[in-house]
Design a protein around this ligand. Sequence first.
Ligand code: DGL
Length: 254
Amino acid sequence: MTIGIYDSGLGGLSVWRELRRQVSAPLIYFGDTAHLPYGDKSPDQLMDYFRASLAFLESRGCTGLVVACNTTSSVVLPRIKHLVKLPLVGMIEGAVEAASAVTKGCIGVLATQATTASGVYQRAFQDVLPHGQVFVQSAPALVPLVEEGQVSGQRARQALQSYLEPLTARGIDTLLLGCTHYSFLMELITELLDGKIQIIDPASAVAGEAKAALAGIGGQGGTTEFWVSAQPERFKATAELILQEELPPVYLKE
Ligand code: DGL
């Protein structure tokens, strides 16, 4: 089985790096960089991008899919998951399970505007923790910063401070990273929260879920083919910066 990993850009690499530790299947990563960021797009646009990306990944031979994008998982998958033929795993279930397992009952979620507006996290936590409290904060400046490789400077710090402050003011005990790009801001978020709040990056939980759900991908160390829909050189350079490793060539989907 070849597994596709899909995101708007670099964010899904946080799931990819966990997935490749856990599975031996060949992987194909696709970042839809021509349409970045997804967070400010309409449900219809996100649906179109997903359909085109899925068709591309299928044409490359993918027989399973990890939607490593909370925005698509929140807005698109609830509408069309039942129509997609190949087995797929999104972000929401794994993220909710991972945060619910550790929280004392007050959860903050940082997410894109589209994810926040979808109400998916608010509803999912309500189901699992009916007596819990959930506050979802949209953080529109963060994806562009990660895409520029600005994961540790003053701009990222200031933006994060402004998004975290309303959540810490509510007394959250757990912060869920509700966008795959935010994994690359983990160091800064950890520093700003000063050990007082548990931070949940769902990447590893989602990779585990994918391993269990997409049969026959156990083992370790498959190869990955990388594709984007715009600016492959830029993607490769920034990916190498934030992952701190060299990547194979990144191809352009025309
Ligand atoms: N990384 C994606 C997510 O998890 C999309 C972010 C974006 O392009 O706005 O939501």
